[in-house]
Design a protein around this ligand. Structure first.
Ligand code: PEP
Ligand code: MN
Length: 291
């Protein structure tokens, strides 16, 4: 039994809906696909990504500006400048944006520019950060820790809920195990279990789970088949040139194909991949119109 009060289901059919914009919500019949690069690198990169993805059934953009890197010498993200880039594509393409928060001091600026704040695996048990996010006033995407049990994961969500924020989405992104052929081991059973234990929406990050682009699509389809409410997937206009996580980045074409391939899987389990959002509002990317 998990000793949570707010994160557990009060009755078996209870399901929370977490809304991140007027039209995008997690936990309903529609599967939400979030896509974008690991790291925001430039306006041009994000414009190209947003332009392409707004014609696919992608509901939100991702892109890190504060990056948790293993090495202190690796690129740490664009910071506030990157947030402004995200805010620009968000309004031009009418797509909500999700980006990672690493410390309490970043919450205010990120909450001003983004629609959803991501807590990365490395911070899943940063309890002070979780408490502060209870007051952030924006939905939170909480990723499972690298070695967190399901109970620890649910209790981390409980921190945010119990500090005043009801809008939490859980994300299974693979855990560490003995086999390093894939970057992590995706725990799809955790998705099914979490859907039974909690009323919170549960999504899957196949990119960080597998770490290899050729494995992302089949695993994403399996996640939808087993009940995930959404996916967060990394892609890049030039995958090999990604400043981080290049090996797992999909091309934008492969990303669009992947979303198409989810449609029959979603239908088979009574779910739906929504139509593209940007209908009638697809500006030419800034960098291309300037040329
Ligand atoms: C990310 O989403 O870019 C990321 C760093 O993910 P995780 O925290 O799951 O490793
Ligand atoms: Mn990444």
């Amino acid at each position: 039994m998990i000793n949570a009060k707010l994160a557990v289901k009060p009755h078996p059919h209870h399901q929370s809906i977490v809304k991140i914009s007027e039209t995008v919500a997690f936990g309903g019949q529609e599967i939400v696909v979030i896509a974008g690069p690991c790291t925001v690198e430039s306006t041009e990169q994000m414009e190209i990504v947003a332009h392409k993805l707004s014609t696919a059934s992608v509901q939100a953009l991702r892109g890190g500006v504060y990056k948790p890197r293993t090495s202190p010498y690796a690129f740490q993200g664009m910071g506030e400048e990157g947030l402004k880039i995200l805010a620009g594509v968000r309004s031009r393409y009418n797509l909500p944006v999700v980006t990672e928060v690493m410390s309490i001091s970043q919450i205010e600026a990120i909450a001003t520019h983004a629609d959803m704040l991501q807590v990365g695996s490395r911070n899943m048990q940063n309890f002070d950060l979780l408490k502060a996010l209870g007051k952030a006033g924006k939905p939170i995407l909480l990723k499972r820790g690298l070695a967190a049990t399901i109970e620890e994961f649910v209790m981390a969500a409980e921190y945010i809920l119990s500090h005043g924020n009801p809008d939490v989405v859980l994300c299974e992104r693979g855990i560490r195990s003995f086999d390093n052929y894939t970057r992590n081991v995706l725990d799809l059973a955790a998705v099914a279990a979490l859907k039974q234990i909690t009323h919170l929406p549960v999504i899957v990050d196949p990119s960080h789970a597998v770490g290899k682009r050729e494995l992302v699509a089949p695993v994403a389809r399996a996640a939808v088949a087993c009940g995930a409410d959404g996916l967060i997937i990394e892609c890049h206009p030039e995958p090999e040139k990604s400043v981080s996580d290049a090996r797992q980045a999909l091309s934008l074409e492969d990303m669009a194909d992947l979303v198409e391939s989810l449609k029959p899987v979603a239908a088979a389990v009574g779910r739906k991949i929504p139509e593209e959002l940007g209908v009638g509002s697809k500006p030419t990317p800034l960098c291309l119109s300037a040329a």
